[in-house]
Design a protein. Structure first.
Length: 143
């Protein structure tokens, strides 16, 4: 069977498929809570979501916001980068990030930023191979 890999901007009608992938990412959340999170995210004017489709099936997505930081200017800040585990390590991440970076350039961004978990060495290796730099730490406090 021929594989047709495509990339596109996602909208609210993709929430069901996104929630199923989100459940893979965080088993502690219910599908309902993930869907509620996604509905709220799509209500923000500066929220953008990018999808990877294999044939017609959504197999990955990344969401993000355009932000402006004094140290780096206008940026696309990615979050929730999720690729179905059965489709990882197939070089689709390289093409997906190229799609996202092209979109960011067209939207006058100077760069792309994202956080990863410290223990996620596979993602670190991937990002370093894509010429991303480690520039800081991400701190969080639950309140």
């Amino acid at each position: 069977m021929s594989e047709d890999l495509t990339f596109d901007i996602l909208a609210e009608n993709h929430i069901g498929s996104m929630a199923l992938l989100g459940k893979e990412y965080n088993q502690k959340l219910t599908i309902r809570i993930i869907e509620e999170y996604l509905k709220e995210l799509f209500s923000f004017n500066n929220y953008h979501c990018f999808g990877v489709f294999l044939n017609t099936e959504l197999i990955g997505f990344a969401s993000g916001w355009i932000t402006i930081k004094f140290n780096s200017g206008r940026q696309l800040e990615l979050d929730n980068v999720i690729i179905d585990p059965s489709n990882q390590s197939r070089d689709l991440g390289v093409r997906f990030f190229a799609f996202i970076e092209t979109w960011a350039k067209k939207n006058n961004c100077k760069g792309v930023e994202l956080d990863t978990y410290p223990q996620n060495s596979r993602v670190h290796k991937f990002l370093l191979n894509q010429e991303y730099s480690i520039v800081g730490f991400h701190f969080q406090k639950s309140i």
